[in-house]
Structures are given as C-alpha cells and as structure tokens.
Design a protein around this ligand. Structure first.
Ligand code: FE2
Length: 345
C-alpha cells in the first residue's frame, strides 16, 4: 500500500493506493487538478474506488462530484455534509476499505460540522481540524471552537503518539507531523484549557478566505455561481433559524406555515424523507419558480433541506425576492429525524 500527497501545494490531496487490489482512494481532490489525478491513476494502473472529502471546503472548489461523475467512484462525506449527490454518508466508527487499506472514520467537528478524520493505523488524515503546528479556524461555515477542542483532545490526541499526521492544508511548507509532537508543541492547543482555546479561536481576527462565496456556495450546493446569484454572507446571517421543536410548534398552531423543501427529488423521497405536507422546489430552480409561491407571500414559509445550509441560501433568496416571513429549519432533515419527528417518504 502507498500513500502520496499529490498536489505539492498548500491544499493537500492524498492518494491511497492498494497495488495488490489495483484500487485507490482520493482524499480532498481539487476541481482544477482533476486531469492530474486521472493521469496518476492511469500511471499506477489503479481504479478509483472512492473519493472522500474530509469536509465542505471554503477556500477551493472540491473536485469530488465531478471526479465521481467522470469515474463512477462514489463520493463519501460525513452525514452532516450539506451538498446533494454525496453517494455515501458516513459517521464516527465507519470503516472505508480500499483493497487492504482500511480507513476508519473519526467524526471530528469544529472547523465545520461535517469534518471527519481518517485513521489508517500508522497515520491519520486530519482534514482542517488539526494542522501541523496549528488548527483549522472555526469562525464560519458552522464552525465551533469548543467542539474543535473536543475533537482534537478527545479523539485525535488519544491515537498513539507515533501516528503520522497529514492535514488538508499547510501554509508553511510542513508535510507531516505526529500526534505526539502536536500534543506537546502545537502552539494553538498544547497546554490550553477548553475555555482558553475557545477564547483564542474566537478572537483570531483573520480575514475571510479570498473568494469564499465562490468556493463555499458551489461546494455546499453543487450549483455554479454563474447559474445562481448567491446571497452575501451578511444576508445569510440574517436568516431566522428555528430548531425542529419550534417548527413543530408552528405546524401545530392554527395558521401553519408552508414547509418549502429545496432538496433534489431523490433526497426528498430518500432515507431522510420529508416533513408531511412539504412542497418541493429544488434550490437550483428557486429563482425561476418562486412565482409559484406568490400565494404564500403573507404566510410564513419554513425552508428545509438536508442539514439547513442549502435552505438558508434559499431563505435569503426568497427574502431578497420580497417574501418577508421566511425562516429556516436549523439542522434540516438530519436534526428533524434525530428528534424522531414524523416524516413521509
Ligand atoms: Fe477547510
């Protein structure tokens, strides 16, 4: 078996190869390097069996979906990944097999709510949760410094000290580290309490990544920025968020809101189901089909999707189109199902 970092750049993509099975997995492929990955797979004579994104990236376009379409390989992400068309959703403890290589999924939220690490015995691919002598920022895209601290200290730092650490980014020319080294000398987290870490991470004052909306929105929604006028971050932040209990209370009240589900047809009918009585208009069709909602201009609208990310975009678009009573189901159908509320399939 072989593991290679194949970008030689600040954004890291790892190729995991089983020569014996002539099979490979790609971790965090970039959209503008797809041809390079296909050439490498041909060079090694390996079939691409799996594409894994460790999380929804905000600083570059993911190549996962396009590479999946080209090769037929399934795209694997955590169950809280917002994008449609992920072929396999995983959770903590799942094992992904590529030939004799076993990648154990560790759920390590913090940088984003859908962040996973992949543990392969002698090494761990940490995404952007734990970097070499750093940690991934937690100040946008649903990040949370406290859960980042827990992921690093309670999951990653319990791996053997000599485990090699391979992150999804490095800005200073490092290529690998070990769990032991990060435990003892990572300047962000070593020796800090949870409170101290949260305080530090919430006050980094970093500028947002260049072109964040141009990368993040298509990675979250699979819709190209040229096809849809995406709301700004401040418009997104203004969307009113309701948890499942609050939405249920509204549905049981005399003037129940319209439930607008913006997922794709196969998700609406899929394992998570949909809220009984929901109307479906996929996010990609919303600008041109919003006229169908004119009868509901005076009524409240609750927008719903898988985890509440696409629906927040939809809610902001509707607000911009003059619908004044729009809110969002926070956590989407994942949290709705986790709360064991009723669904239709
Ligand atoms: Fe990231």
């Amino acid at each position: 078996m072989k593991f290679r970092e194949v970008n030689h750049a600040k954004c890291k993509t790892y190729l995991a190869l089983s020569e014996r099975a002539r099979a490979a997995a790609l971790i965090d492929p970039m959209r503008d390097r797809i041809e390079r990955y296909l050439a490498l797979l041909a060079y090694f004579g390996c079939r691409l069996e799996m594409i894994i994104d460790t999380h929804t990236h905000a600083d570059h376009r993911s190549g996962a979906i396009e590479l999946g379409e080209l090769t037929g390989a399934p795209v694997v992400m955590h169950r809280r990944a917002p994008a449609p068309h992920v072929s396999r959703h995983v959770d903590d403890g799942d094992v992904l097999n590529v030939g004799e290589i076993a990648l154990r999924v560790l759920y390590t939220p913090g940088h984003t709510p859908d962040s996973i690490s992949l543990y392969a015995g002698d090494r761990v691919f940490t995404g952007d949760v734990l970097l070499i002598h750093g940690t991934g920022r937690c100040d946008f895209a649903g990040g949370d410094a406290g859960s980042g601290y827990d992921s690093i200290t309670r999951k990653l730092f319990t791996l053997p000290d000599d485990t090699l650490v391979f992150p999804a980014h490095d800005y200073r020319g490092h290529t690998q580290s070990t769990i032991g080294e990060e435990k003892h000398s990572n300047p962000r987290i070593a020796g800090r309490t949870r409170e101290q870490y949260v305080e530090l991470m919430n006050n980094l004052g970093l500028p947002l990544p260049d072109g964040i909306q141009e990368a993040l929105q298509p990675n979250q929604t699979e819709i190209d920025a040229s096809a849809l006028n995406f709301p700004t971050l401040s418009q997104l932040n203004q969307v009113r968020q309701l948890d499942p209990g609050e939405v249920l209370a509204k549905l049981n009240a005399p003037s129940a809101p319209l439930i607008l589900d913006v997922r794709e047809e196969e998700e609406f009918r899929g394992e998570l189901g949909h809220i009984p009585g929901a109307t479906r208009i996929a996010l990609r069709d919303l600008p041109e089909r919003a006229g169908a909602l004119d009868a509901f201009r005076d009524r409240e609208i609750v927008v719903v999707c898988r985890v509440g990310v696409r629906s927040t975009t939809a809610a902001a678009i509707l607000t911009g189109l003059g619908f004044d009573r729009v809110c969002n189901l926070k956590g989407g159908m994942i949290d709705w199902n986790d709360a064991r509320l009723s669904v239709e399939h």
